[in-house]
Write a protein that binds this ligand. Structure first.
Ligand code: CP
Length: 308
């Protein structure tokens, strides 16, 4: 079904490929729920190579691989030979030499997964690169929307927060547009990239405009690690003027879903009442994340067995 060795971003994927992944993820979620997963990756090996911190993406890939029977090694860049000056390509070639099948990489530099993919035989899965893309996060977001709302085509999805520094926003914009959803965005002017409208987003002048009639509202974390500060006066003012609270949700559809990729800054982009409220599907996103990553490993394994 997937005719590619690597997953670098959703910009490259067709709607058919995305639906193919979401269909397999549905079956994987069923297997996860009854704790009966197929050991289709026995004798396969996956390495996680994270140059940035992670809780969800790294552990979710590890569990997905282990549920399917693969061996998993996590390389902590802080204690690896990267600290002695080893390059990304040399690190990848050494993993290839150990007969690794999948490398999941997170890197602060946009394009690092592509560079790695061009130089190794293993399948490279992008776990987030700089401000570029975070494709598995957007796939799990779309999986959550589809399973909870029954479809993606025609949905209004509002994305609020630090759009400019967010690879999650970029991947969701590419993916949601391909599947026929409309994406409305709101952020402080200092956190809204100028070119985003050209990519198909509706840029809003207020939170109310973004949330009006929305089927789903996604909050984004302020990416302090990717900015130099000075983009908003204080966290309390950010929360007051740009955050999402229960009062704003009255503008959305009655059954609106609240999403967030995590980690959440409680009380900044979303109030605790919104995070923990009945409309929130933030923890369900995490479960769908494991199912989506299981689906990707199954599909890329099939590609490798048929083509490499
Ligand atoms: N959503 C996400 O990427 O979370 P982590 O940074 O914990 O992996």
């Amino acid at each position: 079904m997937l005719q590619r060795k690597d997953l670098l971003g959703l910009k490259d994927l067709s709607a058919e490929e995305i639906y193919g992944i979401l269909d397999v993820a549905r079956e994987m979620k069923r297997q996860l729920d009854c704790k009966k997963t197929e050991r289709i990756l026995a004798d396969k090996a996956l390495v996680t190579l994270f140059y940035e911190n992670s809780t969800r993406t790294r552990s979710s890939f590890e569990l997905a691989a282990k549920y399917l029977g693969a061996s998993v090694v996590n390389i902590s860049v802080a204690t690896s030979s990267v600290q002695k000056g080893e390059t990304l390509i040399d690190t990848g070639k050494n993993l290839d030499a150990m007969k690794v099948d999948f490398i999941v990489i997170r890197h602060q530099m946009a394009g690092a997964p592509k560079l790695l993919a061009e130089n190794v035989g293993a399948s490279v899965l992008n776990g987030g690169d700089g401000m570029h893309e975070h494709p598995t996060q957007a796939l799990l977001d779309m999986c959550t929307l589809r399973e909870k709302l029954g479809k993606i085509e025609g949905l209004k999805v509002a994305i609020l927060g630090d759009i400019k520094h967010s690879r999650v926003a970029m991947s969701n914009l590419f993916g949601l547009k391909k599947l026929g959803a409309e994406v409305y965005m709101y952020a402080p002017a200092t956190m809204m990239p100028k070119e985003i409208e050209r990519l198909g987003a509706h840029v809003c002048k207020s939170r109310e405009e973004a949330i009006e009639g929305a089927d789903a509202v996604m909050g984004l974390r302020i990416q302090l690690e990717r900015q130099n500060g000075g983009l908003f006066p204080s966290l309390s003012e950010y929360s007051r003027y740009y955050g999402v609270n229960d009062g704003l949700l009255k503008y959305a559809k009655k059954n609106v879903l609240i999403l967030h990729p995590g980690p959440v800054n409680r009380g900044v982009e979303l109030t605790p009442q919104v995070i923990d409220g009945e409309k929130s599907v933030i923890l369900e996103q995490v479960t769908y994340g494991v199912a989506v990553r299981m689906a990707l490993l199954k599909l890329f394994n099939e590609y490798r067995e048929n083509n490499l």
